[in-house]
Design a protein around this ligand. Structure first.
Ligand code: AMP
Length: 580
């Protein structure tokens, strides 16, 4: 069987001398193998050397510097031991969350994101209690250092994340100021997607004999298949996938979906199975026999969708895989080429889609650059497309049933119904079709078209706020407002989705009431905020915003023709009656 036979030990995180508590957290997060940047960076940072890494978002660089960093942290000391500078509040929060998840089993390691827009007194309170890792934007970090509200005299490690972005945003002088106020004994790592002169100069001035890491991307030959991408936000991926599957899935063609972690492959498989798809997981947690069984079932068309991680699907050779969906961005160009090579086998046609969030656009351009092929934009199927496809499928199903099944018993049942209940033949046919549509009904107006609601994580509730990009609101503003005025920790706030005219934000269920109460009169960007539970829109509970929900269209019943001449059905009925 043509699947990867590599054992987990060959290429797992266990190759690094990291403590078992960190490895355990990595395993629980579902990471199978270290990404290219992690493979090269982790050993160097563990040796205590300085490093300049050319890498961008999506390559796994956060874990690349965080794991060796956590290895050095002494949880018993309450002083700041590591400082990570990021260009934006959003990235500071994201990185802090990631480090927090890697430190899960390390006991009391405190990680604090600090950024402008959030109350400084609250940050000072946290800092006073003792924080070992600070993740912040340059301006706010500088503020704390000037006020001496944080003591970095014991700083062991300093990370400059997305240095070119900090340069572009005009923070580079602040960065230099901070660097010059940190102890010289610190270890420093600088990450940047590009290496402009000013960044090189900083590396030369402030880093000591840094090792240069640049993941060399080969120009790769890509199979001749259609390549597409879809722009979306992370929270809309499942919805987008469902729509694509509605349009593309057929019993004769298999679809392969790629995700980054084992855990996520399992979660997504469960969701798809719940929606009636014959989907199964293929990941590194499964032994060889289990994997081979999945492939057997795929080959014999008992499964239509496989949800896989990169390692598990390497070498997978199944002719009727016609579609590869990159649900998560691959960690590098090579993975992308491996992934899409699973389709278009044996000279067949194939297509592939890449889900791209705003922050991942650069990564996609890299892929295009190294494969020397353009990835075409694909618009998500609309609700109308989905309905049209469902109608087509229903018609085919009915036509096929008429051709292949003996329906006499069913005809008799219908005749009985007509005679007993005086029912109309069109109504009866419609009811029967409705039943055969099972959960793929033709009237789907579930979510308001204007708003992309999605399901929040367990224990979280999605809130709607009436301000968005149009009002120049950033995720940081939202975090700041909810954290300060709602009086909850910024870390507790979940996914934030800033749209054109509104924002959706996930918050822990237990704080909802408090947030709604405290924020009744809050303002953001000089606008009064209207904040409420997002699902209230879906159930039409909200009176103020009814206009945002789409009104269901009432279908008019088609008028029946009266006094029509007898059709084939009437003749059939007459014959039956005569027989009796
Ligand atoms: P980053 O480039 O650090 O922003 O990471 C991008 C995404 O990849 C994040 O969602 C990480 O959780 C995930 N990730 C990082 N390293 C790995 C890995 N070795 N295996 C699977 N997922 C990873």
């Amino acid at each position: 069987m043509n699947i990867n036979t590599e054992t987990a030990e060959d290429n797992s995180f266990a190759q690094f001398p990291l403590q078992s508590k960190i490895l355990q957290a990595i395993d629980e997060l579902g990471y199978e193998t270290p990404s290219a940047i992690q493979k090269q960076t982790i050993p160097i940072l563990l040796e205590g050397k300085d490093l300049v890494g050319q890498a961008q978002t999506g390559t796994g660089k956060t874990a690349a510097f965080s794991l060796p960093m956590l290895e050095q942290i002494n949880p018993k000391s309450k002083k700041v031991q590591a400082l990570i500078l990021t260009p934006t509040r959003e990235l500071a929060i994201q990185v802090a969350e990631a480090v927090h998840s890697y430190a899960k089993h390390l006991g009391k390691v405190k990680i604090l994101p600090v950024y402008g827009g959030q109350s400084i007194s609250q940050q000072i309170r946290h800092l006073k209690k003792g924080v070992q890792i600070v993740v912040g934007t340059p301006g706010r970090v500088m503020d704390h250092l000037r006020r001496e509200t944080t003591d970095i005299s014991d700083l062991k490690m300093m990370i400059l994340d997305e240095a070119d972005e900090m340069l572009r945003m005009g923070f580079i002088e602040d960065v230099e100021w901070i660097l010059s106020h940190t102890p010289e004994t610190r270890q420093t790592a600088l990450f940047s997607a590009t290496m402009p002169k000013q960044i090189r100069r900083i590396a030369e001035k402030y880093l000591t004999n840094p090792v240069d890491i640049h993941i060399k991307q080969k120009t790769l030959t890509v199979p001749a298949i259609e390549q597409y991408f879809i722009n979306l936000s992370a929270r809309n991926k499942t919805d987008a996938l469902t729509k694509l599957l509605e349009i593309w899935s057929t019993p004769d063609e298999a679809i392969l979906i790629f995700l980054r972690t084992k855990l996520d492959t399992e979660r997504l498989t469960n969701k798809l199975q719940a929606r009636g798809y014959a989907a199964e997981t293929l990941n590194g947690d499964m032994n060889q026999t289990q994997r081979e069984n999945v492939i057997k079932r795929l080959k014999s068309k008992r499964i239509e969708i496989v949800v896989a991680t990169d390692v598990a699907a390497r070498g997978l050779d199944v002719e009727h895989i016609t579609t590869v969906i990159n649900y998560d961005m691959p960690s590098d160009t090579e993975s992308y080429v491996h992934r899409i090579g699973r389709t278009g086998r044996a000279g067949r046609k194939g297509k592939t889609v890449l889900f791209v969030t705003q922050r991942q656009r650069r990564m996609m351009r890299d892929i295009e650059h190294y494969t020397k092929q353009k990835i075409e934009k694909l618009n998500l199927p609309t609700q109308a497309d989905v309905i049209e496809k469902r109608s087509e499928r229903l018609k085919d199903k009915i036509k096929q049933t008429l051709q292949t099944q003996d329906l006499e018993l069913y005809q008799e049942l219908i005749i009985e119904l007509i005679e007993e209940e005086k029912l109309d033949i069109l109504d009866l046919a419609a009811a029967a079709t409705y039943l055969s549509a099972s959960d793929k009904k033709l009237e789907v107006v579930k979510t308001p078209q204007k708003m992309n609601f999605s399901f929040s994580e367990e224990g979280m509730v999605q809130l709607f706020i009436n301000v968005g990009r149009k009002h120049r609101v950033s995720p940081g503003d939202i975090v700041g407002a909810i954290a300060n005025e709602g009086d909850i920790s910024g870390k507790a706030i979940g996914a934030i989705d800033v749209n054109e005219t509104y924002t959706l934000v996930d918050v822990p269920q237990q704080y909802v009431e408090q947030i709604l109460l405290n924020m009744r009169k809050s303002r953001v960007r000089k606008r009064n905020m209207n904040i409420r539970i997002a699902s209230d829109f879906e159930t039409n509970k909200s009176s103020n915003h009814k206009s945002l929900t789409k009104k269901k269209k009432r279908r008019r019943k088609p008028k029946r023709r009266k006094n029509k001449s007898p059709g084939p059905f009437d003749k059939f009925m007459k014959r039956k009656r005569r027989k009796k």
